[in-house]
Write a protein that binds this ligand. Structure first.
Ligand code: ADP
Ligand code: MG
Length: 680
């Protein structure tokens, strides 16, 4: 059961910290209690009853408790019928909560007190762990409850002498930290008098140190990784006058201030002798593609090849369609390599990449990772939009030269978070939209009002615009989504819009068909595109002005924002129409956020709040390290401090020996956990 929580060793256990603390130091007998105070009593059930509604779990459950002082107190629980089996006459419990006076009955009572069941076999010393003090509350590990964990941790801490303190002494002294042993002990069992509010805010000196320490090692690991990367031989791209001319020739419009700034950051990096590892962050529609193309031109003009990796085949095809004409203008051929192109074709393209005949290849990660060799690969652009975790620098080091890497993402992650997730990357942000963009008008309709959405689509198409209708992929069933999209396609094309050309796009189409469907929509031959979420990322058709999202309640906030970003890419007024079937509370909150805001940061933060960081970043492959006590959302200030100290330590270690010790420690303790693969 402990294992289910990742608790396998003594070290794991002592690093399993309480998530909450209760002040049960005010331990009294019932006769000593006064209304208004917060107190703990140890008492026994004398009688119980359920009143109010008969139906199970609806009524009020009451238990009368008594103790050695012979006085009594009532415990009351609404919807408490489930307690009837557990709080039977004679059961001993510790109750903690606010004491009130039931004036009608003339008795003391506690409403919904915290409760812990005491078993008869507890020995005296251990039962003192659970009451009469500030008590740690742990998240249960399967059926191992907080009480058992408390006992286990306490026993283990008693057996342990002094723990080795790995935090560099200079840092420890500088910040006046308690020792590691003391910090761990008091984080589990805070000494009497520690303010409980401070504990629950995770700001006691012990907690501060432990949080700091966790961030410190994470940041040290990332910093060492960066340092190593800087020592790798990279390509020193030349930024000649000709390169600048070519970039100018490429641009179909005047770049925004933000685009110019990030291009300069990228170009400066590329001119350095060490490899670039840079993250380009910009809200959907902010114009990242052209910046990527500019970077590509720098590499190409220097005689190197460029690879662009996209998360899906459709997105790869999309990049191909938009980059091909751009790069052709400056004289470079672009090829699309996808899993579904035929094998003779693939062989030929690979051959051309190997002997350097083909300057630019666009494909999905999987393909390029597999067995494609480049003669002179100089720049890899990874478009991972809001998907995380594709961060490993896969085997792209070839013939001793490491190519530059530019990662593009549309997720507006708060900066502190970005630093942690992409901690070994430098960050560039496009924080400005191209000029002339209008706010997208977002409306919410229930499914019986869908006609309103249809008439909006017709109106826009009649005025020369185009529209998307999107279906969610329901959990693992792309097939079902495909069927829904297929049905809707038939319904719309035959019954609703018989006079308007409608296209269909979903993940099960062959890659030629996908490309054709997209090309037809892009060129305006189809006016309405019915699609599954495959279009969620990257599709760029500036003439599209309506985005209808069916069953919008099934999408996450970031996804909805991405989808909405498919319209409003030109100068025309655009609309996003969210159709929902049934909405729960968080669903309502999501829809409300969408209707009210169009700011990617606001939306990402709300998403984070509604889902919590774990889910926000996806599960395992999120790249977000699983932290023990630190919490990125709660502790950004400590993160910043730890980062600062970690940088200083890695850049100017007190001695080589200290540094070597730190590397060994990270490798042994944190590497697997944080995925700091290349440290040490
Ligand atoms: P994203 O950052 O979401 O990848 P894109 O690169 O697809 O955004 O750009 C969105 C749209 O804005 C595209 O149609 C693109 O041609 C256009 N665009 C980008 N930069 C500018 C600019 N400086 N001026 C006008 N239009 C621009
Ligand atoms: Mg894009």
């Amino acid at each position: 059961m402990l294992q289910s929580r990742g608790l396998e060793t003594v070290e794991d256990l002592i690093n399993y910290f309480p998530f909450r603390y209760e002040d049960r130091s005010n331990l009294k007998t019932i006769s000593q209690l006064a209304p208004g105070e917060l107190a703990t009593v140890i008492a026994e059930v004398r009688s119980t009853k359920i009143s109010g509604m008969r139906r199970r779990n609806i009524g009020l459950f009451e238990a009368e408790f008594t103790d050695a002082s012979r006085a009594t107190i009532l415990g009351k629980w609404f919807h408490g019928a489930y307690l009837a089996d557990r709080l039977t006459v004679g059961t001993r419990v510790a109750l903690f909560g606010k004491i009130e006076f039931d004036s009608y009955r003339g008795e003391l009572q506690m409403m919904h007190p915290e409760m812990e069941f005491l078993s008869g076999e507890d020995d005296e010393a251990e039962s003192a762990l659970h009451t009469g003090r500030i008590v740690p509350v742990y998240e249960a590990a399967a059926k191992v409850n907080t009480r058992t964990l408390r006992v286990l941790v306490h026993r283990v801490l008693q057996e342990i002498a002094e723990l080795e303190d790995h935090l560099p002494e200079a840092v420890r002294n500088h910040l006046r930290f308690p020792s590691r042993t003391e910090a761990i002990r008091t984080a589990h069992f805070p000494p009497a008098g520690t303010p409980v509010r401070m504990l629950n805010e995770f700001r006691s000196p012990a907690q501060f140190r432990l949080i700091f320490e966790e961030f410190f090692w994470l940041e040290c690991g990332l910093e060492i990784k960066r340092q190593r990367a800087r020592l790798m031989p990279g390509i020193e791209f030349q930024l000649t006058e000709r390169v600048r001319e070519q970039i100018k020739k490429l641009l179909p419009f005047k770049p925004t201030g933000a685009q110019k700034r990030v291009l300069k950051e990228i170009a400066d990096d590329m001119a350095q002798p060490c490899p670039m590892n840079r993250l380009l962050q910009g809200d959907v529609g902010s114009g990242k593609t052209i910046v990527g193309a500019e970077a590509a031109v720098i590499a190409l003009e220097n005689g190197y090849q460029v690879a662009l990796l996209a998360p899906t085949e459709i997105l790869a095809a999309q990049h191909y369609l938009s980059l091909k004409p751009l790069l052709r203008k400056v004289g470079y051929e672009v090829a699309l390599l996808t899993g579904s192109s035929n094998s003779r074709e693939k062989q030929k393209l690979k051959e051309m990449l190997r002997n350097g005949m083909l300057p630019v290849a666009i494909g999905t990660h999987a393909l390029i990772e597999k067995d494609v060799e480049f003669a002179r690969l100089g720049l890899v652009i990874i478009d991972e939009q809001h998907r995380f975790g594709v961060m490993q620098r896969f085997g792209l080091v070839q013939k001793g030269v490491t190519p530059d890497v530019l990662v593009m993402t549309a997720t507006p992650i708060p900066r502190t978070l970005a630093m942690t997730i992409y901690g070994d990357l430098d960050i560039s942000v496009i924080d400005e939209l191209p000029p002339g963009r209008k706010k997208i008008i977002t409306k919410h309709y229930s499914s019986d009002q869908v006609e309103i959405a249809y008439s909006a689509m017709r109106r826009e198409v009649d005025a020369g615009g185009q529209a998307y209708v999107v279906y969610p992929v329901i959990e693992e069933s792309e097939t079902q989504a495909m069927k829904a999209a297929q049905q809707m396609f038939e319904h719309l094309s035959r019954e609703v819009f018989p006079d308007i050309p409608v296209g269909l796009l979903h993940g099960r189409l062959g890659s030629g068909e996908k490309e054709a469907a997209m090309e037809a929509f892009k060129s305006g031959r189809t006016k309405i595109l019915v699609s599954t979420t495959v279009i969620e990322v990257g599709v760029d058709v500036p003439n599209a002005t309506v985005m209808v999202i069916e069953q919008a309640e099934r999408f996450g906030l970031s996804q909805l924002h991405q989808l909405r970003g498919r319209v409003g890419r030109g100068g025309d007024q655009s609309y996003c129409l969210l159709i929902t079937e049934k909405l729960n509370d968080t669903g309502k909150e999501r829809i409300r956020t969408m209707v009210e805001s169009q700011d990617g940061f606001v939306i990402a933060e709300m998403d984070l709040k509604l889902r919590g960081p774990g889910e926000f970043f996806g599960t395992k492959q999120s790249g977000l390290p699983s932290l023990r006590i630190a919490n990125i959302l709660r502790d950004p200030d400590i993160l910043a401090a730890a980062r600062h100290e970690a940088r200083a330590f890695v850049e100017r270690p007190p001695s080589q020996q200290d540094f070597a010790k730190a590397v060994t420690y990270i490798r042994d303790h944190w590497q697997r956990r944080y995925g700091l693969v290349s440290v040490g």
